[in-house]
Design a protein around this ligand. Structure first.
Ligand SMILES: N[C@@H](CCC(=O)N[C@@H](CS)C(=O)NCC(=O)O)C(=O)O
Length: 213
């Protein structure tokens, strides 16, 4: 297979890039990385030049480009079986959970931006953010398997989609139910995530999420 190139944003802040990157890593697909710094007046122009999606992540492969973390995850799942749960009912539920993450939880995403370099610090949570935090834990509780540390037992694409959430809960010092905390701990101790995080902490771009209200 031609070696793909994954275009990603700054590792410290780009949660959608992290999701796609984790999936490719877990798939065992060899790929090169290209960084698109998510700052500067020409950002929109650079993203537009990269793909019709105007966002990162973008995957460049066999002369074409495609974009969106979920599309990239589905492409990886075609190359490497096992990224979704084996059981077809669980697989359908896993896709539902991922869809919910991909198209929801806007208040949490808005107030608690991913910042892997943030020292844990609580903020005054808005009502919508609190509702999202409760809904996230309820979702995990409703779908969780008891067969392993991850949401459906063995690691799956669903876990890639929730890894940035686990770090938001850490970074904004958000108390969780015991089972949700155990799940977040498993995500944050995953060796591939730790590789990403170590690289993120060497980056120089820094926004002021410390000052989040
Ligand atoms: N639905 C897209 C969202 C991608 C996205 O919003 N990426 C952010 C970086 S994490 C981005 O490119 N932001 C730059 C911009 O929107 O100008 C996906 O799943 O990949």
């Amino acid at each position: 297979m031609a070696r793909p190139v994954l275009h990603i944003g700054n590792k410290r802040y780009s949660s959608w890039s992290l999701r796609a990157w984790l999936v490719l890593r877990k798939a065992g697909i060899g790929f090169d990385e290209a960084m698109v710094p998510l700052s500067g007046p020409d950002l929109r122009q650079r993203l537009s030049a990269l793909s019709p999606g105007h966002t990162v992540p973008v995957l460049e492969w066999e002369g074409g480009v495609f974009w969106d973390s979920l599309a990239i995850a589905e492409w990886a799942a075609e190359q490497a079986p096992g990224l979704w749960p084996q059981d077809r009912h669980q697989r359908a539920v896993a896709r539902s959970a991922v869809a919910k993450m991909h198209s929801g939880f806007f208040a949490l995403r808005d107030q608690c931006a991913m910042d892997l370099g943030r020292t844990p610090k609580a903020v005054g949570l808005r009502d919508g953010t609190r509702a999202d935090i409760a809904a996230m834990q309820a979702l995990w509780n409703d779908v969780a398997s008891v067969d392993g540390p991850f949401l459906f037992g063995a690691w799956s694409i669903a876990d890639a989609f929730f890894t940035p959430v686990a770090d938001r809960f850490r970074a904004y010092d958000i108390p969780l139910h015991a089972s949700a905390q155990a799940y977040c701990d498993a995500l944050l101790n995953d060796p591939d995530f730790l590789d990403w995080r170590a690289a993120a902490l060497t980056e120089t771009l820094s926004y002021a999420t410390d000052d989040a209200p």
